[in-house]
Write a protein that binds this ligand. Structure first.
Ligand SMILES: NC(=O)c1ccc[n+]([C@@H]2O[C@H](COP(=O)([O-])OP(=O)(O)OC[C@H]3O[C@@H](n4cnc5c(N)ncnc54)[C@H](O)[C@@H]3O)[C@@H](O)[C@H]2O)c1
Length: 419
């Protein structure tokens, strides 16, 4: 069927940070969307017109109106032309790929798959997943990948909280199992993305996403290692990075920080290092970057202890206000957030912790609730800026707190000790 002139109907499986924005974008472009999640609370919220993803205000959901049909029933996907899978791809406790959500989604989809449908995987994963893992699962339907249904991989590049690049303005890489799979997938994404970048195979598209994330992980580790060295050498790493960034070519600036968080950077590279072992390769850059970044919260907790020591205070019993606990500025995502580790390490040393984060009302694992900024700063010994949210007046923090340690470089112009 030629879909280029007509509307498409799209199913999205997994309505998280990736899936919900995609569903809304397709609906806003006038297409009918079946939005599926196994989490009944999410489906219920969407039915009530309530968004739970910060980048999607409920008003956008409302504007998309009844073009979005939230559901928990896989059978509803039988009516759509294209199904996009955006389920999580976490690691197991042994830090190996956990494809369980993908396997459940693929098996359930196989039960309702229709001839002529296009299936696109968007979850970040190792090269070969679409062809070697997803295709056989979907073929349990009796249909054939590349012949009686189409299959493609297209990595998501969404960066929660970012407003300068959106789903529409960020080029979308697509790799199809066959030329026809690719054509179909390019046609679908062209409806919501200004630029679609076709590549020859799903494996190229899978590896592209990993290269992008590993590039970030390795460069963040590099600048973090330099930050630790600069600290010993009494060199201001922030000024070094800023100065290096004036080079108009061949350099890209990365900021030091308390470690990596989120669902992507601390997780995705290990999908590749796991796969590489099948080819007798050790991906040493990935392992090393993982080690350096994982050590950062320990280093930061030690910096807190040092700052208190310089003020003749022990960690035990000191009142420490943690400012910003989500893993990045402007969002409330706590997954793998280094702040959680820093809080644990300081609590292990009997520090008295409170926190302020306008995006995170409570930290259930620490039995803490965010307090107003003034309350968080009341009577403290030290404030540590772990994530510098826009809208938090860090100048005021520097004025009020007796001691500040800034792990993000936001207050370096005020002479505050930095990471
Ligand atoms: N968050 C990001 O910034 C980002 C960016 C690019 C790529 N990715 C990748 O996209 C994928 C999804 O990430 P996310 O951040 O949206 O995850 P998420 O946890 O926010 O959302 C995933 C959703 O899938 C649902 N789900 C799980 N198993 C399911 C199943 N069998 N059937 C239906 N729904 C199911 C969950 O309930 C959840 O709502 C991951 O592979 C991730 O690596 C994420």
């Amino acid at each position: 069927m030629d879909h280029s002139e007509t509307g498409v109907s799209v199913g999205v499986i997994g309505l998280g940070y990736v899936g919900l924005p995609l569903a809304v974008e397709f609906a806003e472009a006038g297409h009918r969307v079946v939005a599926l999640d196994v989490d009944t609370a999410k489906v219920k919220a969407l039915r009530a017109g309530q968004s739970y993803i910060e980048d999607i205000p409920s008003a956008r959901l409302a504007a998309a109106g009844d073009r979005i049909h939230p559901t928990t029933r896989y059978a509803d996907l039988a009516q759509v032309d294209t199904v996009i899978i955006a389920v999580p791809t976490p690691l197991t406790e042994n830090r190996e790929p956990d494809l369980q959500p993908l396997i459940s989604a693929g098996s359930a989809l196989a039960g309702v798959l229709q001839e002529g449908q296009l299936v696109v995987l968007e979850s970040t994963t190792y090269p070969g997943t679409t062809r070697e893992r997803l295709a056989p699962l979907l073929e349990e339907s009796g249909l054939h990948a590349g012949r009686t249904f189409n299959l493609a991989f297209s990595p998501e590049r969404i960066d929660p909280g970012r407003t300068d690049f959106t789903l529409r303005t960020t080029p979308k890489v697509v790799g199809g199992l066959t030329p026809n799979c690719l054509r179909r997938a390019v046609d679908v994404y062209a409806r919501v993305c200004d630029q679609v970048v076709p590549v020859s195979t799903p494996e190229i598209a899978e590896m592209t996403k990993l290269l992008e994330n590993i590039f970030r992980t390795v460069n963040i580790a590099l600048v973090n290692e330099l930050a630790m060295l600069c600290d010993r050498m009494s060199i201001d790493v922030w000024e070094v990075v800023r100065a290096a960034a004036t080079k108009p070519y061949g350099f890209m600036s990365f900021s030091p920080g308390p470690g990596m968080g989120g669902h992507c950077l601390p997780v995705d590279p290990f999908y590749l290092s796991w796969k590489a072992r099948e080819y007798d390769m050790q991906t040493e850059f990935i392992e090393l970057a993982g080690e350096v970044n994982a050590a950062m919260p320990y280093y930061c907790a030690e910096k807190v202890a040092q700052a208190l020591n310089d003020a003749a205070k022990p960690v035990r019993g000191s009142r420490v206000a943690v400012l910003g606990v989500s893993y990045k500025a402007g969002v409330g995502d706590l997954r793998e957030s280094p702040a959680l580790k820093i809080i644990s390490l300081l609590r292990d040393r009997a520090a008295d912790i409170r926190y302020h984060d306008p995006h995170v009302p409570e930290l259930s694992e620490h039995d803490l609730r965010s307090t107003a900024l003034d309350e968080a700063l009341d009577g403290i010994d030290l404030a540590v800026i772990v994530t510098a949210h826009p809208g938090v007046d860090h100048g005021y923090v520097v004025e009020r707190a007796p001691l500040v340690l800034d792990l993000r470089g936001t207050t370096r112009h005020m002479g505050v000790p930095q990471l």
